[in-house]
Design a protein around this ligand. Structure first.
Ligand code: OAD
Length: 255
């Protein structure tokens, strides 16, 4: 294992297929709080009270209060240099699939900015494994809707309801203990299992199945590149570990 930027760049240059897995760290410099670490959300809040189906069934008002707060906070954030470098990279060469655990929508926003009016942004659109903070979905039927605004969580009666069937709406995110959306895991592992490089940016590598994508690339003989200021459980399987902040290193790596 090395920490060589030049080696990482060479691996990317010669790769035909590249899968990029991102986590909360890539959005840290956009002002989006991470989950773990000194200022991480899970230092002040308990995941089991806020990010599980059981928590929502027990106290939907509390769960909506938390998601509404995050929605309002993150709606004010913009993609940083790492999101933009990655979007440009995916648009200018084929064979790149961005897979994110983030629900902040910043990869999609970066894809739209990088593509501009004349280019189709699709090639840089991420697979959002954990859903989106900016979508509601019905707890009973298939209804879902984009929603960037906060939610009235002052009482149970005020919580948003499905316009089709009247059941409670919930954030369209994947909570702990829930399955990923149908087809997403298959698509992610299909890409990772034929990628020459798996580039992993800003994730603690503790939440599966996302954390196993690098192994799928390694098992088929591909290389893992990690970009993270800290060592993680994924570091030991990395060919190159780049230590630093995403917004600083990603443009140098991908430009
Ligand atoms: P974490 O908060 O667990 O990890 C963030 C990672 O980003 C850490 O390894 C940091 O060292 C790194 N990091 C911090 N600042 C960085 C920067 N400027 N540049 C690059 N890296 C930086 O977030 P995730 O790994 O994304 O799931 O968490 C995975 C899942 O657990 C989330 O999707 C969420 C969470 O609980 C659910 O809510 C279901």
């Amino acid at each position: 294992m090395t920490e060589s930027l030049a080696e990482a760049r060479a691996l990317l240059r010669t790769a035909r297929t590249i899968v990029v897995l991102t986590g909360a760290g890539i959005s840290a410099e956009s002002g989006v709080p991470t989950f773990r670490g000194i200022d991480g959300l899970w230092k002040s809040f308990r995941a089991e009270d806020l990010a599980t189906l059981e928590a929502f069934e027990r106290d939907p008002r509390l769960v909506w209060e938390w998601y509404s707060w995050r929605r309002e906070r993150i709606a004010a954030c913009a993609p940083n240099a790492a999101h933009l470098a990655l979007a440009r990279f995916a648009l200018t060469r084929g064979g790149v699939r961005i897979i994110t655990q983030n629900v902040d929508g910043l990869h999609a926003e970066a894809a739209r900015i990088a593509a501009g009016a004349d280019v189709d942004a699709a090639q840089a659109m991420p697979l959002e494994l954990h859903g989106s903070l900016f979508r509601d979905r019905c707890t009973s039927c298939a209804f879902h809707q984009d929603n960037r605004s906060g939610v009235d969580h002052t009482s149970l009666a005020a919580l948003p309801r499905c316009e089709r069937c009247g059941a409670l709406l919930r954030p369209d995110v994947v909570w702990f203990g829930e399955r990923l959306f149908p087809g997403d895991m298959e698509e992610a592992f299909e890409w990772a299992g034929r990628a020459d490089v798996c580039l992993i940016i800003g994730t603690s590598g503790l939440v599966h199945p996302a954390a196993s994508l690098g192994s799928a690339t390694r098992d088929r003989g591909g290389a893992v590149i990690e970009l993270n200021p800290e060592e993680t459980p994924l570091t030991r399987s990395a060919r190159v570990a780049l230590r630093g902040r995403a917004a600083e290193i990603a443009p140098a790596l991908l430009g």
